[in-house]
Design a binder for this molecule. Structure first.
Ligand SMILES: Cc1ncc(COP(=O)(O)O)c(C=O)c1O
Length: 382
């Protein structure tokens, strides 16, 4: 029986060779491939600084540390994101504020965000930052977000974990034109992979120096060392480093990013054309945006469909296809519900989205006959 997952990494012989090279070398970690991968990512994002880390989650954590979030601060993100986005706020003790998404593009709604900011000012709450997610590879309304960031002096973080290879106005390095910090993940479900891994990109030396220090136990690399064994440690940090093995894989994968996103776009185009069922809403395109299609989320009107969500999931499973849901809204998780007293209907667009959404398979090696099968199921059983 075939088993098609909603996502799958693609590893070729160059990737394997790159990893083997490191295994045969003297340094498995803290060697030259880390610097090389960071330089390549900096170039890709036209960023002054890049620090690789052991995961996207670690990157988000360190950004909160570097920005000095405390329990008196508030940070905004959306309900429709991976829980790491909001967990990273909670790590620092800061409080999570959720902002609903726009119905059309499934990304943070700038109008609702401004209302939240204005309300927080009235209530004397200091919103320090917004973590906006380029969900599925679709871009947030970054022009509107930057306007709000300037107007209200709020730091913008682009959780760009889905969007490596996406473009705005033809530029793949759009993210730092708007956000102060950009986070990447190289988990196998992402557009390139290092197994686990992530990166923090910024043009701020202050932020980068802190992230770098927290990545390695809090060692202050800006202080001159008298002896090689002497470190200055003024803050407690972590070991959140990426290894050279992973960085060599990352360098090799990054070379293929546009080959990967081109294929993802071809599959998306096929779905756009061939899924003709009126009960299904497909991802929309947006002017000036090239979507990397890390995910292809379809919204199904289960109220009018023959099968409910679970039955549909099981039917696909029986046919060898594993759908996934991205995401259960953050305010539905017990921890957040309890702490913030969130209620149903607090974020109606996100809730409606969750009721209807499935990510259908999209990845580099997804075969045409598999795409056909997925389309047939969607057109015929729903
Ligand atoms: C939107 C988003 N943010 C953050 C993360 C965390 O990345 P990682 O899995 O590398 O910790 C992910 C990855 O799953 C993600 O999809």
């Amino acid at each position: 029986m075939i088993n098609i997952n909603y996502t799958k990494q693609y590893i070729d012989k160059d990737d394997k060779k790159a990893v083997l090279n490191v295994l045969n070398s003297d340094y498995l970690t803290q060697g030259k491939y880390i610097t090389e991968f960071e330089n390549k990512l900096s170039k890709f994002f036209n960023a002054k600084y890049c620090t690789t880390v052991s995961s996207g989650t670690a990157g988000l954590h360190l950004v909160g540390k570097a920005l000095g979030w405390t329990k008196n601060d508030y940070v905004v993100t959306t309900p429709i994101t991976f829980v790491a986005s909001s967990n990273s706020i909670e790590y620092s003790g800061a409080r999570t504020i959720l902002c609903d998404i726009e119905e059309k593009f499934n990304t943070i709604d700038p109008n609702k965000l401004e209302k939240i900011i204005k309300n927080s000012i009235l209530n004397n709450k200091k919103i320090k930052a917004v973590i906006a997610v380029d969900y599925a590879g679709m871009l947030c309304d970054w022009e509107a977000l930057k306007y709000l960031s300037n107007k209200y002096k709020i730091i913008l973080i682009n959780d760009n974990c889905h969007a490596l290879g996406s473009k705005f106005k033809n530029s793949n390095s759009y993210a730092l034109n708007y956000a102060h910090v950009v986070i990447q993940s190289f988990h196998p479900a992402k557009n390139i992979t290092t197994g686990e891994g992530g990166a923090v990109l910024t043009n701020s030396k202050i932020i980068n120096d802190k992230v770098r220090s927290f990545r390695t136990h809090g060692v202050d690399y800006t202080k001159k060392r008298k002896y090689n064994w002497d470190y200055s440690i003024q803050n407690i940090g972590y070991n959140y480093r990426l290894t050279d093995i992973q960085c060599a894989l990352g360098i090799s994968q990054l070379k293929k990013i546009f080959k990967f996103t081109k294929k993802r776009n071809e599959i998306a185009k096929y779905y756009d054309l061939k899924i003709t069922n009126d009960l299904i809403k497909l991802p929309l395109s947006k002017k000036h945006v090239y979507n990397s299609y890390n995910l292809y989320p379809v919204k199904i009107n289960f109220n009018a469909s023959k099968y409910n969500k679970l039955e549909t999931y099981n039917l696909f499973k029986k046919n060898g296809i594993s759908l996934q849901v991205h995401y259960k809204p953050i305010h539905f998780y017990e921890y957040y519900k309890k702490k913030y007293k969130f209620k149903r209907k607090d974020f109606p667009i996100s809730e409606k989205f969750y009721q209807s959404v499935f990510s259908i398979p999209i990845y580099y090696k997804l075969q045409i006959k598999e795409q056909k099968k997925i389309v047939n199921l969607l057109n015929n059983i729903i």
